[in-house]
Design a protein around this ligand. Structure first.
Ligand code: ADP
Length: 456
């Protein structure tokens, strides 16, 4: 059997409930009002009969009817003698009930299709006994209650229909966001377009929170799919050149014409390409893990001044080999919570660029100082500088400025610098004048909430 939708079930449930409530209420009202009106009629009848008995007087055995009223408040009254013969009124409208006279008894009698409520009372005035009978027509009240029932039977289905249709529409409107969510989810899964988002209802209700949670999940999924796609395309793009170099070097080394020296040279070139490839792949892996949020930095208290002095010392020899002077000025005791390996890489990348893109006999200045709540690192060089139109592009992955000057670079160094700065809650920027040099600045907050909150 097909399962009913929630909308149908809700509508069915409350409509049945409404029918039950209406029927019970109507039944209760009907019974109470008819019992109350019956009590009222009984009282009216008994009072009219009792009043009439009090007004009956016989003078010398003859009835004095001057003070008698034979129709009071809907009650028709009749006077009988002791034997049960009608004494008064002489003229009546044919309203007579043949039932036996019974003292102080209330009864319902049906005669000629009419229903009557009957009350008889026997009394004695002087020495004359007499009966007073009161009649109350029940036909009218029965007609009214049947009419009421009929009216209810006609109106009730209408009321129920309006409630059911109205309720259905309201439930449908309430469930509309759920339907939209399902449609969007369907569109996403069939078209694999993870950039779509579930429309959120205006009010911040349960459905709003459900939609927002699903949207957050979609964003995470989208990020990790995009990171994977980007990683795959980056890797294939970056490894194509070194792989083809290795391949041609291998072919050359294996050819019978190649001399021993040539083979040696080919092997050196292959080894060089291999280390370049492995460096690129490891940087890419790191960036990809950062992209999809799976990278977990190893947070610890880092003594920045000492750490970066070590890096400067390491690279000073390399700078000297190129005829460059590397000086550093590091304010002591600057500590923050960070990932030591990443922070070493940050300065190494900046210094490698400052060495690589410098002019002969140029210089490099490294400064570390405290500014407000941040540690500021500046790496200034006297190199070729960066054209203004490239100042934004240099942070992009695989961007290389001048191919003739970029040498072995993979174009990942600065994107990694910025990523590391951001993962530490800071940022990196550059100022540069072509032909004069560049100053790279990295600002890292000394204190930040919740170390471990990674960012892209
Ligand atoms: P790579 O150095 O491997 O090419 P990077 O991401 O480190 O990649 O740098 C991107 C580009 O930014 C470089 O190709 C270069 O054009 C420019 N660049 C980076 N650092 C400097 C610098 N200190 N001086 C001049 N240009 C620079």
């Amino acid at each position: 059997m097909k399962k009913r939708s929630i909308k149908a079930r809700v509508t069915l449930w409350y409509t049945s409930f409404l029918v039950a409530v209406l029927l019970v209420t109507a039944g209760f009202l009907f019974l109470t009002t008819s019992s109350l009106s019956r009590q009222q009629m009984n009282r009216q009848l008994v009072n009219a009969v009792t009043d009439t008995v009090g007004a009956v007087h016989f003078r010398y055995g003859e009835l004095d009817s001057s003070r008698l009223d034979f129709y009071q408040n809907g009650v028709s009254l009749f006077l009988y003698d002791q034997e049960g013969y009608l004494v008064a009124p002489k003229v009546n409208l044919g309203v007579q009930v043949d039932a036996l006279l019974e003292d102080q008894t209330l009864k319902t009698v049906e005669q000629n299709g009419s229903k009557w409520l009957v009350y008889d009372l026997y009394a004695v005035d002087g020495s004359t006994g007499f009966w007073v009978r009161g009649l109350f027509s029940l036909t009218e009240s029965t007609r009214i209650s049947s009419l009421l029932w009929l009216l209810m039977l006609l109106v009730l289905p209408g009321v129920i229909l309006i409630a059911a249709v109205g309720g259905w529409r309201i439930t449908r409107r309430a469930f509309l966001p759920v339907e939209q969510m399902a449609q969007t989810a369907d569109a996403i899964s069939s078209g694999s377009d993870l950039s779509q988002r579930i429309p959120l209802p205006g009010k911040e209700d349960e459905l709003y929170h459900l939609g927002a949670t699903l949207n957050r999940m979609l964003s995470r999924l989208q990020r990790s799919f995009e990171a994977e796609r980007r990683f795959t395309s980056d890797v294939s793009h970056e490894l194509r050149t070194p792989l083809s170099v290795i391949r041609s070097q291998c072919d050359f080394a294996l050819s019978p014409q190649a001399a021993a020296d040539d083979r040696q040279e080919a092997l050196v070139s292959i080894s060089h390409q291999c280390s370049h490839m492995s460096a690129t792949v490891s940087q890419l892996l790191l960036l990809a893990r950062g992209d999809n949020g799976t990278f977990q930095p190893r947070w610890e208290t880092v003594e920045l001044s000492e750490l970066w002095e070590m890096v400067c010392l390491d690279l000073a020899a390399q700078a000297e080999q190129k005829g460059l002077s590397l000086q550093w000025q590091l304010e002591p005791d600057i500590r923050l919570t960070g990932d030591e390996t990443l922070l070493i890489r940050l300065l190494t990348n900046l210094l490698a660029n400052a060495i690589g893109y410098n002019r002969p006999q140029g210089s490099i200045q490294v400064r570390l100082y405290r500014r407000k709540e941040s540690a500021v690192l500046e790496v200034a060089d006297t190199g070729i500088g960066i054209p203004p139109q490239q100042l934004n592009q240099i942070w992009e992955r695989f961007f290389r400025g001048d191919p003739s000057r970029s040498g072995d670079g993979s174009g990942l160094g600065l994107s990694m610098v910025r990523w590391i700065a951001r993962i530490h809650g800071g940022d990196a920027s550059v100022q540069s004048v072509v032909g004069e040099g560049s100053i790279f600045t990295v600002e890292l907050p000394l204190k930040r909430e919740g170390p471990g909150s990674s960012s892209k």
